[in-house]
Design a protein around this ligand. Structure first.
Ligand code: ZN
Length: 50
């Protein structure tokens, strides 16, 4: 029962490109406030195009 914490303290955001929810990852620990995309691929696409 002690491992449920693994998934608890993870913030989540909505990707600005694909609109899906994504959760905190270790690689973002220093820049989470600036992260807007769920992946490098979405970051390359940028915000969703109409
Ligand atoms: Zn995305």
């Amino acid at each position: 029962m002690g491992r449920s914490q693994d998934r608890v303290n993870r913030p989540a955001k909505i990707c600005a490109a694909c609109g899906r929810e994504f959760t905190w990852r270790k690689k973002w620990e220093r820049c989470w406030e600036q992260v807007r995309y769920c992946s490098d691929r979405c970051r390359g696409k940028g915000a969703a195009q109409p």
